[in-house]
Design a protein around this ligand. Sequence first.
Ligand code: FES
Length: 163
Amino acid sequence: MPDAQATSHPAEHDPVLADTGRRTFVALGIGALGACYAGLIGYPVYQYLATPARKAAAQGMVTQAVLDGADQLPPGSSLMFKFGTTPAMLIHHTDGTWVALGAVCTHLACTVSYEPEQSRIYCACHGGVYDPKTGNNVAGPPPKPLTRYNVEVQDGRILVTKA
Ligand code: FES
């Protein structure tokens, strides 16, 4: 019959070894908790910081928007749509021409709107005015024209592509 003393772990009987084992265990536990805490704090911060770069990359890959049924848009009216993640507008002018423009004001990025009765694109934030045919900034604080897109009228849909 084997001796019970011979099969037991040495740390069970040596207070120094037992203490070292507890310290190691506590140190590992604290390290694991620290890693979890860092992950809980760091991941949302990483997501917050990475989102604009990810959005910009995704937006850069978008080259067209297909607007099914938009060819039925009555003259003198507009349709808001998204070019990737960016608001944009399609305008069907009364002379039969089509124009697609970004709908983000170049001043401080408010969304602009088409006002056919005034024959203008207007930004209500600070009174910016754009030409609805060219997207050029014509009054108020906007420093640059609106983004202009190419428009192709196809059978049953409108294809909008980067200019
Ligand atoms: S954000 Fe459009 S005029 Fe200021």
